[in-house]
Design a protein around this ligand. Structure first.
Ligand SMILES: Cc1cc2nc3c(=O)[nH]c(=O)nc-3n(C[C@H](O)[C@H](O)[C@H](O)COP(=O)(O)OP(=O)(O)OC[C@H]3O[C@@H](n4cnc5c(N)ncnc54)[C@H](O)[C@@H]3O)c2cc1C
Length: 401
């Protein structure tokens, strides 16, 4: 028997355990992951940017948790002596027509409590000598940082083990008997729990369905491929450089991210994946899932002009020339010979609402039987993890029942 069972040892599940123990050190927690180790999915495969909180509508949960979450994760890393690259971020319009969006981002950033300022071309070029602003203006976010996500996951896991959290890395599946508050394992044993948190990332909708919860939702996997500079010495990137995003679509566009080990990454793309864990070639292809994905995308294309823009601008960025064009829009001197494909690949668990036929932009937490289901933990869930965890604990009322 465990008081709390958490499904998923990604950043959301681990931060949740951390915050539950902060609230009550005597609570017993078991974390179950279907993989043999932690960090094999989103939390170990992202850009590692601690976002400042500029993009999100001020009324959204993302806005509520991102700014404070970034500060908390940064100071936790400092306390743990984990590396933090305090490099800031510049957002630049890749087309003149996108200049007005800078004002929207500035307003959102200020409303959300982020430190953010408009800069002119001269200030821009001082920060990003190899970059381009189409309109002569850009946004500077000095507080944005870059971290090493996998290192954070591993350290958090270690700290939780030290506090007595039990981890079950199954390398196998389990089944739910939610009417009895039980998880059954393949070897015939089972685990009873008081409350269960579903933090299963790319599989979180399927897990929720096993608890008869969130049947109107399905996750559509969008693959993020990265490229990297062959020779960073030929460029000057001491800060993140992002394009102005299409705020109606949950992807930020191809950007440049410096890293702690000196690699300069470009990407990620946001192209439909052939399976939720289809990180490479034809491995883990899910034919039925891909058919359903195509059907939902076609629906979207008919119903939704924003998605037509997405298909036009981003869906085909897996093609090298399309990728290069997107990157050249913010770094004009970049040539194909300057970049190479990176091993880094991540897949976003983007939630789709089958009833409203739309992609869900905000985080979603659903109540199930003695359970809470976090089913859209897309970016900036890594950045926000500690603050998001507090919100999940508060919403689940696990300590009041
Ligand atoms: C390409 C890319 C770039 C990104 N860049 C950023 C960024 O710069 N900044 C930022 O803040 N965010 C970023 N994100 C988002 C961020 O990575 C995620 O929001 C975050 O990692 C989600 O964490 P998670 O714990 O929900 O999911 P995961 O890390 O995917 O963890 C879920 C865990 O659940 C386990 N699991 C799955 N199914 C089951 C099951 N049935 N039973 C038990 N366990 C199960 C998995 O094995 C996994 O370990 C990016 C994401 C991608 C894909």
């Amino acid at each position: 028997m465990t008081d709390i069972c958490i499904l998923g040892a990604g950043i959301v599940g681990l931060s949740l355990a951390h915050q539950l123990l902060e609230a009550d050190p005597s609570v017993t927690i078991t974390i179950i992951d279907k993989e043999p180790e932690a960090g094999l999915h989103g939390s170990g495969r992202n850009s590692g940017v601690l976002h400042a909180g500029l993009y999100y509508e001020p009324t959204s949960i993302k806005a509520k948790v991102c700014v404070a979450g970034a500060k908390r994760l940064k100071s936790w890393c400092e306390q743990e002596k984990l590396p933090v690259l305090k490099c800031g971020k510049v957002i630049t319009p890749q087309k003149v027509g996108l200049d007005g969006q800078l004002d929207v981002l500035l307003q959102r950033g200020k409303a959300n409590g982020a430190i953010v300022e408009l800069i002119d071309e001269q200030q821009f070029l001082e920060l990003v000598p190899d970059g381009r602003t189409a309109s002569g203006r850009a946004i500077w976010s000095p507080g944005t940082c870059v971290v090493k996500p996998l290192m954070i996951v591993q350290r958090l896991l270690q700290r939780l083990q030290e506090k007595g959290v039990k981890f079950l890395f199954l390398n196998a599946q389990w089944t739910s008997n939610y009417k009895l508050n039980q998880i059954n394992f393949a070897d015939g044993t089972s685990l009873s729990y008081g409350h269960l948190f579903n933090c299963a990332g790319l599989q979180a909708d399927r897990v929720a369905h096993q608890f008869d919860t969130g049947k109107q939702y399905t996750i559509l996997p969008f693959r993020g491929n990265y490229w990297e500079l062959r020779d960073p010495k030929h460029f000057q990137f001491n800060t993140n450089l992002y394009p102005v995003p299409d705020l109606d679509i949950p992807f930020l566009g191809v950007h440049v991210t410096p890293s702690i080990d000196g690699t300069i990454y470009l990407g990620p793309t946001a192209t439909p994946a052939l399976g939720r864990e289809n990180y490479k070639g034809l491995t883990n292809v899910e034919p039925l899932g891909t058919l359903a994905f195509s059907r939902h995308m076609l629906n979207q294309l008919f119903l939704n002009k924003k998605m037509r823009r997405y298909v036009q601008e981003q869906a085909f960025q897996w093609l090298p020339n399309n990728f290069l064009s997107a990157a050249q829009a913010i770094v004009p001197k970049l040539k194909m010979t300057d970049i190479q494909r990176s091993n880094k690949v991540g897949i976003r668990p983007q939630l789709y609402n089958k009833k409203t036929h739309g992609l869900v932009q905000d985080f979603i937490m659903l109540d199930g039987p003695c359970s809470t289901h976090v089913i859209n933990a897309i970016s900036p869930a890594f950045t926000s993890s500690f603050e998001l965890a507090d919100l999940i604990v508060e919403k689940s009322k696990v300590f009041n029942t």
